[in-house]
Design a protein around this ligand. Structure first.
Ligand SMILES: Nc1ncnc2c1ncn2[C@@H]1O[C@H](COP(=O)(O)OP(=O)(O)OP(=O)(O)O)[C@@H](O)[C@H]1O
Length: 774
C-alpha cells in the first residue's frame, strides 16, 4: 500500500520534523477547538488534527488543536487535516447511554491497576491484591445485578444478556455462577478469539486468587490450561465444537456461555445451533422462557454481547429471556473526523502523534485492517518517534494480529517501558472482550479484512480476504476498548455520517466462508449442515462444495455418511485436507517428514517473511534450502536444519538465513502436539522416508488433489477442478519455473488469483489423479 508518509523520506534533514510537527504555531487557529474531555470546551467545535496549540483544558487535557495538518516536511507529498467533531453535548457512554458517574477514587484505581495482572501469566503469589480486586469487582455496573442474573440463569434454559462494553459480563458472570454454588458441572465461556480466551482466563483466575489452570482455565487450539478442579473454562468456540466430538451433549458443563455472539463467526453459529439440539436432548422440550421439567443434568445457556440483536437471538431460542445490563463503569468520548479520509494510515499516524504529543499519559490502541498495514504504520511511527524532542516520551510499539505467536501477542498486556507511551497496532482480534491495561485512547480506522469464500460448483473454491468498512457493531466494540480503567477517548477516522450509514453487523460468517471443516466435525457428532437449525442458513453452494471436498478426500461415502477415514481425519486438529495428508503419509511411510511440513503450514507466522528491503540477500541466504520439488520440501529442509541447532544458536541462525524464528518455534510446538495425537491414536509418527521426495509428494497429493492446476500456453495455470486462471505467488520458490502441473495449498486473491505454497509434485501422478476425478 502506498504510504504518504514514507518512512524512507529524509524529512529530518530537510525540515526539522520536531519543530514543524509540534512547536510551530498554527497558521490560523480555529477558536472553538473542542477538548478531548468533552463538555467544558465542546460547544460543537472541531478538533482538527493539526499543530498543537498548547492550550490546556480546565481538567488538564490539552486541546486537540486546530487547523494545520501535521507538517512533516517537504518530502511529505500531501498535507491533510483530520477534523474531529465531538459527537455529543453530554458525556455519554459508548453506546449512547448516559454514563454513570465514575465511582471510587480514580487515583486509587490507577494505583491498583499497576498491581494487577496484565498478561496471560498466572500471578498466584499476590494475595494482597485480591482485596483490591474484589473492591474493583464490586464497583462494576454488573455487580448490582449479580443476584438477579444468577437467578435468571437458574430459572431459564436460555438467557440472553445485553450489556455495555466494560460492564463486566465476561469476567463477572462466570464468577457469580461459580460463587453462587448453585450450578453443578463446569462453566464454559466461548470466545471467538484465542487471545481473548487466554487473557480472560488469566484475569479471572487472579480475581479468584488461584493459579491459572486450577479453578479457572482455558482451552484454545494447540494450547490448554485446565486441571481436574477447573470449574470455569474460557475457550474458543472452535474448541467447544471440537469437544462435542468426544462429548456430544457437553455433559460436563452445567452452563455454556456464548460470549460476543454478535460476531456470528462460523463456529459461534455452529455452537448456537448445536446448543439448541443439546438443550432438547438434555433438558427435554425447550421452553425458551422458563425451564423445562426436572432433569438430572440440565444445561443452562447464556448468550451475551454488548451489541447483539437481542430479539433475533431470543426468537431463535423460543423467545428466551433477555436481560439488559445498563451502564458502563467509565465513559468514552467519541470523536469523528469532519471529512472522510482517503488514506487511513496517514490519518492514523497523524492522530497518534497528536495524542502522543499533546494528551496526558495513557496508551493508544489503533485498529487497522491487517498485518501489512500494521507493519507499515509501525515503521512510520518508529521513524517519526525517533525524531521527537528529548522532552517528549518515547513510544513502545506492540503489534497484535492473529498470526503473531502467542508469546508475542501477550506482550501487549505488559506495561510500557517507563517514560514511554505504549501504542498497540491491532487488527480486529483486539476488538471484543479483551481489556488491555493502560489503554485510554482508541484510534479506529474504520477498516477490517473480511474473509469471503468463493465456492465453485466443482467443489473447489477459495477464500478471499478483502479490506472493507467495518460495521456499527465493530465501531462500538472498538470504542469500548477505551475507558476500561478510567475515562477513555475514541477517535474515529471517519465521519459521523459514515458511521450512521454503516451496516449494523456483518453478514454471518456461515454465509461467506468454507464449510468443509465444520461439516466434518458435525458429521462426527451425528449432525449435519443441511438439517441443523441455524440462525441463518448457509448457502446451498457452500454446503455442496463442502460435501464434494469431503467426498473427494474419502471422508464421506456416496450416501454422505462418514467413513472410517473421515473419522480418523477428524481426530487431528487440522484442516481436513491436511488431516488427509497426514493419514496418507502412514501408507507412504513419510509421517515423520509430513508432520513437520503440516506444522509449518499450521503455524500462524510465515516461514519466509517478506523482506522487500533485503530481497536479494534473503534469496541468496535461503537458496541453500531450496528443493527442486517445490516450497514444501524447501520448508522441510529449513525445519530439519533448525532441529539440528543448539537452542542458543537458533536466533542468530534464523536471522542470518532470513527465516522466521517465530514460525519455527510455533511449528515445533504444533509438531509436538500432532505427535501426541498420533501416539494417542496409534499412528507411528517416527515412520519416515529419510527426506526422499516421492513418498512425501504422494502424501501431499492425497489431501490436496483438488488444488491441482495445469500449465496454460501463456505460462499461467488453470485449475483442474475450477475455472480460475491462477499464477504462482511471487513469493514461491517456484515462481520462475514452469511445470506441466502444480498443486498448491491455498489461493490468495489480491489483484489476481495466486497459488501459494506451490510445489511441483509427481507431475504425471498428480495430473492423472486430478483428471480422473474431474
Ligand atoms: N486484564 C484486565 N486488567 C485490568 N482490568 C480488567 C482486566 N480485565 C477486565 N478488567 C476490568 O473489568 C472490566 C469488565 O471487563 P469485562 O471483560 O468483564 O467486561 P465486558 O462487559 O465483558 O466487556 P466487553 O463487552 O467489552 O467484553 C473492565 O472494564 C476492566 O475495568
Amino acid at each position: 500500500m502506498s504510504h504518504i508518509l514514507s518512512p524512507n523520506a529524509s524529512i529530518a534533514q530537510e525540515t526539522p520534523l520536531r519543530k514543524k510537527l509540534f512547536f510551530n504555531p498554527p497558521a490560523e487557529s480555529t477558536p472553538a477547538a473542542a477538548s478531548a474531555e468533552g463538555s467544558q470546551v465542546r460547544a460543537k467545535a472541531r478538533h482538527i488534527n493539526g499543530l498543537v496549540s498548547g492550550a490546556t483544558a480546565a481538567n488538564g487535557t490539552k486541546k486537540l488543536s486546530t487547523h494545520t495538518p501535521l507538517s512533516l516536511g517537504e518530502k511529505s507529498p500531501k498535507k491533510r487535516s483530520v477534523v474531529y467533531l465531538d459527537d455529543s453535548d453530554e458525556e455519554r457512554g459508548v453506546n449512547g447511554f448516559v454514563a454513570p458517574s465514575p465511582r471510587g477514587n480514580d487515583r486509587k484505581r490507577q494505583k491498583t491497576r499497576k498491581n494487577l495482572s496484565n498478561g496471560v501469566a498466572s500471578r498466584f503469589d499476590e494475595r494482597p491484591r485480591i482485596s483490591a480486586l474484589q473492591e474493583q469487582r464490586a464497583q462494576l455496573p454488573i455487580a448490582q445485578g449479580r443476584e438477579a442474573i444468577v437467578r435468571a440463569i437458574e430459572a431459564n434454559d436460555v438467557t440472553i444478556i445485553l450489556g455495555e462494553t466494560g460492564s463486566g459480563k465476561t469476567t463477572q458472570i462466570p464468577q457469580y455462577l461459580l460463587e453462587s454454588n448453585r450450578i453443578s458441572g463446569q462453566i464454559a465461556i466461548t470466545q471467538p478469539r484465542r487471545v481473548a480466551a487466554t487473557s480472560l482466563a488469566a484475569r479471572v483466575s487472579i480475581e479468584q486468587g488461584q493459579p491459572l489452570g486450577y479453578i479457572v482455565g482455558y482451552a484454545v487450539r494447540f494450547d490448554e490450561r485446565t486441571g481436574p478442579k477447573t470449574r470455569v473454562k474460557y475457550l474458543t468456540d472452535g474448541m467447544l465444537v471440537r469437544e462435542m466430538m468426544g462429548d456430544p451433549l457437553l455433559e460436563k458443563y452445567g452452563v455454556v456461555v456464548v460470549d460476543e455472539a454478535h460476531e456470528r463467526t462460523l463456529r459461534t453459529d455452529l455452537v448456537l445451533a448445536s446448543l439448541k439440539k443439546i438443550l432438547l436432548a438434555r433438558n427435554g422440550k425447550m421452553e425458551g422462557k422458563g425451564k423445562s421439567k426436572a432433569n438430572a443434568n440440565p444445561l443452562k445457556v447464556v448468550v451475551m454481547s454488548a451489541t447483539l440483536d437481542a430479539e433475533k437471538f431470543s426468537k431463535f431460542f423460543n423467545n428466551a429471556n433477555v436481560l439488559y445490563v445498563k451502564g458502563r463503569q467509565h465513559p468514552v468520548n467519541i470523536y469523528h473526523t469532519a471529512t472522510s479520509q482517503n488514506d487511513y494510515l496517514d490519518a492514523a499516524l497523524r492522530t497518534f502523534f497528536q495524542i502522543h504529543v499533546d494528551q496526558p499519559s495513557g496508551d493508544v490502541l489503533i485498529f487497522l485492517p491487517g498485518q501489512e498495514d500494521i507493519e507499515s504504520l509501525e515503521s512510520s511511527i518508529t521513524t517519526y518517534a525517533n525524531q521527537l524532542p528529548q522532552s517528549c516520551p518515547g513510544v513502545t510499539l506492540c503489534p497484535l494480529y492473529a498470526s503473531l505467536p502467542n508469546a508475542q501477542q501477550s506482550k501487549v498486556f505488559t506495561p510500557a517501558q517507563s517514560g514511554t507511551r505504549k501504542c498497540i497496532l491491532a487488527t480486529n482480534i483486539a476488538e471484543t472482550s479483551i481489556t488491555i491495561p493502560g489503554v485510554k485512547y482508541v484510534i479506529d480506522t474504520g477498516k477490517q479484512k473480511q474473509k469471503r469464500y468463493i465456492a465453485r460448483d466443482t467443489g473447489s473454491g477459495f477464500d478471499t480476504l478483502l479490506t472493507t468498512d467495518i460495521t456499527k457493531s465493530s465501531a462500538m466494540q472498538r470504542a469500548g476498548r477505551a475507558g476500561r480503567e478510567g475515562k477513555g477517548y475514541c477517535f474515529r477516522l471517519y465521519t459521523e455520517e459514515a458511521f450512521n450509514n454503516m451496516a449494523l453487523s456483518l453478514e454471518p460468517e456461515i454465509r461467506r466462508s468454507s464449510l468443509t471443516s465444520s461439516l466434518l466435525q458435525l458429521k462426527c457428532v451425528g449432525q449435519d449442515l443441511e438439517t441443523l437449525d441455524f440462525m441463518d442458513k448457509p448457502e446451498p453452494e457452500s454446503i455442496s462444495a463442502a460435501l464434494r471436498t469431503l467426498w473427494m478426500l474419502s471422508a464421506i461415502d456416496n450416501s454422505k455418511s462418514l467413513t472410517n477415514f473421515g473419522w480418523s481425519m477428524a481426530v487431528f486438529p487440522l484442516e481436513p485436507q491436511h488431516a488427509a495428508v497426514l493419514l496418507a503419509s502412514v501408507n507412504h511411510r513419510s509421517t515423520f517428514e509430513i508432520i513437520s511440513i503440516l506444522s509449518l503450514l499450521s503455524s500462524s507466522a510465515p516461514l519466509f517473511p517478506d523482506s522487500s528491503s533485503q530481497r536479494e540477500s534473503a534469496a541468496s541466504a535461503r537458496a541453500k534450502f531450496r528443493h527442486v520439488a517445490g516450497d514444501h520440501l524447501t520448508m522441510l529442509n529449513v525445519m530439519l536444519a533448525y532441529d539440528e541447532l543448539e537452542k542458543g544458536e537458533r536466533r542468530d541462525w534464523c536471522r542470518r538465513n532470513f527465516v522466521n524464528e517465530r514460525a519455527l518455534r510455533e511449528a515445533t510446538d504444533i509438531r509436538a502436539q500432532l505427535r501426541d495425537v498420533c501416539e494417542k491414536v496409534g499412528v507411528d509418527w517416527k515412520l519416515g522416508c529419510q527426506g526422499e521426495e516421492g513418498p512425501i509428494l504422494k502424501s501431499l497429493v492425497r489431501g490436496l488433489v483438488q488444488n491441482a492446476a495445469f500449465l496454460q500456453p501463456d505460462g499461467s495455470y488453470k485449475q483442474a477442478m475450477g475455472p480460475s486462471i491462477i499464477k504462482v505467488h511471487p513469493g514461491s520458490s517456484l515462481a520462475d519455473k514452469k511445470s506441466a502441473a502444480i498443486i498448491y495449498d491455498e489461493l490468495v486473491y489480491t489483484t489476481q488469483i495466486y497459488a501459494r505454497g506451490t510445489r511441483f509434485t509427481l507431475i504425471m501422478y498428480r495430473a492423472a489423479a486430478a483428471r480422473s476425478i474431474c
